[in-house]
Design a protein around this ligand. Structure first.
Ligand code: PEP
Length: 257
C-alpha cells in the first residue's frame, strides 16, 4: 500500500559538474523502478541542472533545507516558494546535522514543515535519538516528544503526505546502522503514535523511512520489516551503483561497491 521511498542526501558535497555527472550515471543505474520512488537531494546550487537532467526520468528532486518564511530579510536563506519554482518535490527538514551545527529546534523544524506544505513540497521530517539516549533506554520517549513537537498544528488533511525519517543520530555516517529489529521497533511505535494523533487510515499511508549507514549490504533486511518504508541515504547515495542497488534492495558486497 505504501510505495517505498529512497532519498539520496548528498549533503555539502559535489560541485556543479560533479553533481551533473553523478545524476547522469544515476538515471542510467537506477532506471525506472515502477514499484518504488527515488529522489536525490543535491546542494542548492545544483538543483537547477539536476532538475533538468532528471526531468525525463522518474526520479524526484529533493532539497536539503528551506527557510520557514516564503520571502523577506533573511540573508543567505532559500524559501519553499523558491524551491517549488525548481520543481522540488521533497525537502529534508530537521536533519541532525542541522540540529547540531545550526541549533535547529523542533519548534523551528515545525515551522519549516508548514512552509514546505504551504508550497506543495513534501517534508521529509527527520527525528531520532542520540547514542547516550539509546543507552539510557530513552529512545521511544525521545522520538515521541520529537514527533509531538514536530507535528504540532499540522492538520489532518495535510498529514498523509508527510514522510518521517527515523535517523538515530548514532547511526548517521558511522557505519553502524540500526538493526532491522531496532528500526522496526521505533517505526512501529511512531506509526502507533500517528494513529493516535490522526487515524489508522492516515497512519497507514504515512511513509516512515530509515536513515543511518544504509548500504546495499544491509538494505534488504531493513526493508523486510513491515514498518520500514524506504531509506534516507547519505554517503552510499554518492555511488551510483551502490544507490541503484539500495533502491532495488539488491544485495551487493562491500567489495563490489
Ligand atoms: C544522512 O545523512 O541522513 C545519513 C543517513 O547519512 P549516512 O547514510 O551516511 O549514514
Amino acid at each position: 500500500m505504501r510505495k517505498p521511498l529512497f532519498v539520496g542526501n548528498w549533503k555539502m558535497n559535489l560541485t556543479g559538474p560533479e553533481a551533473t555527472e553523478l545524476t547522469k550515471k544515476l538515471t542510467l543505474a537506477v532506471g525506472d523502478l515502477g514499484n518504488v520512488e527515488v529522489a536525490i537531494a543535491p546542494a542548492f546550487t545544483s538543483l537547477r541542472p539536476v532538475s533538468s537532467i532528471i526531468s525525463a526520468s522518474s526520479m524526484g528532486l529533493a532539497a536539503q533545507n528551506l527557510h520557514a518564511e516564503d520571502k523577506g530579510a533573511f540573508t543567505g536563506e532559500i524559501s519553499g516558494a523558491m524551491l517549488a519554482e525548481l520543481r522540488v518535490k521533497y525537502v529534508i527538514v530537521g536533519h541532525s546535522e542541522r540540529r547540531r551545527a545550526f541549533n535547529e529546534t523542533d519548534v523551528m523544524v515545525n515551522l519549516k514543515i508548514e512552509a514546505a506544505l504551504r508550497n506543495n513540497i513534501v517534508p521529509i521530517v527527520c527525528l531520532g535519538e542520540k547514542g547516550e539516549e539509546r543507552l539510557a533506554r530513552k529512545t521511544l520517549t525521545v522520538v515521541r516528544k520529537q514527533l509531538n513537537a514536530l507535528l504540532e498544528g499540522i492538520p489532518l488533511e495535510q498529514s498523509a503526505k508527510i514522510v518521517i525519517a527515523y535517523e538515530p543520530v548514532w547511526a548517521i555516517g558511522t557505519g553502524h546502522n540500526a538493526t532491522p529489529d531496532q528500526a522496526q521497533e521505533v517505526h512501529k511505535y511512531l506509526r502507533d503514535r500517528l494513529t493516535k494523533r490522526y487515524s489508522k487510515e492516515i497512519a497507514d499511508q504515512i511513509r516512515i523511512i530509515y536513515g543511518g549507514s544504509v548500504r546495499a549490504d544491509n538494505i534488504y533486511d531493513l526493508m523486510m520489516e513491515s514498518d520500514v518504508d524506504g531509506a534516507l541515504v547519505g554517503s552510499s547515495s554518492r555511488d551510483s551503483e551502490q544507490f541503484a542497488a539500495i533502491c532495488s534492495y539488491r544485495h551487493m558486497n562491500k567489495a563490489e561497491a
